[in-house]
Design a protein around this ligand. Sequence first.
Ligand code: ADP
Length: 159
Amino acid sequence: MKIAVYPGSFDPMTNGHLDILKRAASLFDHLIVGVLVNQNKKCLFSPEERVDMINEATHDLENVRVMHFNGLLVDFCDKVGATAVIRGLRAVSDYEYEVQMFAANYKLNPKVETIFLMSQPKYSFLSSSVVKEIAFYGGHIEDMVTPAIAEALKNRMKG
Ligand code: ADP
């Protein structure tokens, strides 16, 4: 049984994340989406809200499970029995950070392999922060996130 973890902040999940998620799910028996609970990073949505949003968007994918986690990624992989970590790569700008993360995780546990999937060109400039900024100014975000997430963003910006 091959299990992979797709970790991230997902604050909130974009269509770029969802695309990587679906492609990764088709490669593994099980894909666990790991929503990072990071006390140092100020998030717009709580870990529970982020998990709920991803669950809603992936309810038709039978081999996907969404969980939140804190602490080391390699420990989370151990806990759920995953032997691979999925990361999405958009542009060269992602590369340096991802190499650092890979090196750290590899040193901690070389048995957990990191697999990079390239973003589709149409999503390569899409990020959670860009979506939040556009939503903040009342711009059109409907082709960047799922309808439910667009709604949640608009409501959060109002409140
Ligand atoms: P982190 O805080 O770990 O960078 P993110 O939620 O921003 O978490 O991203 C999680 C993963 O998804 C990372 O591997 C990131 O490179 C990837 N990712 C983010 N946006 C996109 C996108 N538009 N297309 C493909 N991959 C993406």
